[in-house]
Design a protein around this ligand. Structure first.
Ligand code: ATP
Length: 274
């Protein structure tokens, strides 16, 4: 039986700005996102019966209709009236509810994989439109690479990759919900806005230093005071020598960017004692 494999990489936000709250309840955002090497992996295989079966060794995620990969399979199957079954195995490596879009990336990988397995011949653009029904980050996860995202995150412009560097991810053991963080954001009264033009320019010029200087995420205005661990991890990473430090998405994961490999072990080991 044919098996299809898809990688589902985690994303980090190099920049996350909120322009305003919309009438439909979503926030109008401007984000610059890039994929990192950390990834989940999905294995997909035809099932002899017309059913979606999802398994995973990870004990901490739902495996039914609540799972985004399951929802993606259901969506593409129903929309294109596919009368075939699929067995999906999810190898979970991305921390859950971390601000790394793990669930969205799993959904994107399921859509890409099932498009191949069921020979639907949908274009990436068509998959992105379908993916937007599942979540704001799903279209970017389908496209991958690096992109500027606007609207509620679904309007994408692909970018060159950022300068190569090491990325250190640190997730404190706290649970926060994206909806809750956005709900607490004073979108009309933000103390600062990061500059997307500066970040785009840094990427265009491949300037690692300027990329680090242009990092910014307005959701930190909610999390840093409410969750002191996030602030402490940021300060710790800076002290240990990271060149750029920022919270990803709605957190709580903090990422550190480092240009020299020699610094990576020092920062990693320093954080372990945190
Ligand atoms: P984002 O950065 O897009 O806000 P996140 O990284 O903060 O996402 P996820 O890891 O996607 O958050 O998980 C958010 C919620 O979605 C969790 O409560 C989890 O139970 C649920 N969930 C559904 N499907 C998945 C999946 N495939 N992997 C992880 N979590 C999932």
């Amino acid at each position: 039986m044919q098996k299809i494999y898809e990688k589902a990489p985690a994303k980090i936000n190099l920049l996350l700005d909120v322009l305003r709250k919309r009438d439909d309840g979503f926030h109008e955002v401007e984000m610059i996102m890039t994929m990192v090497d950390l990834a989940d992996r999905l294995e997909m295989e035809e099932l002899p019966r017309d059913q979606i079966v999802l398994t995973s060794e990870a004990g901490f995620i739902p495996l039914d209709e609540k799972n985004l990969a399951f929802q993606a399979a259901r969506l593409i199957k129903d929309r294109y009236d596919v009368r075939r079954g699929v067995y999906i195995h999810l190898d979970k490596n991305i921390p859950v509810a971390a601000g790394l879009a793990g669930g969205s990336s799993d959904a994107a990988a399921a859509l890409r994989g099932l498009n191949r397995l069921w020979e639907l011949q949908l274009t990436l653009g068509e998959l992105e439109i379908l993916g937007a029904e599942l979540g704001s980050d799903v279209p970017f996860c389908i496209r991958g690479g690096t992109a500027l995202a606007r609207g509620r995150g679904e309007k994408l412009v692909s970018l060159d990759p950022p300068p190569q560097c090491w990325v250190i991810l640190a997730k404190p053991p706290i649970n926060l919900s994206t909806a809750d963080i956005y709900g607490k954001l004073r979108a009309h009264d933000l103390p600062y806005h990061p500059s997307a033009p500066d970040m785009l320019d840094a990427i265009r010029r491949q300037s690692f230093t300027d990329m680090c200087a242009a990092l910014g995420n307005v959701l930190e205005t909610v999390t840093l005071d409410r969750y002191p661990e996030v602030r402490q991890i940021k300060e710790c990473m800076v002290k240990l020598g990271a060149d750029g430090v920022l919270m990803s998405g709605s957190g709580p994961t903090v990422f550190g960017l480092v240009s020299k490999e020699a610094k990576v072990a020092r920062i990693y080991n320093g954080l372990r004692g945190f």
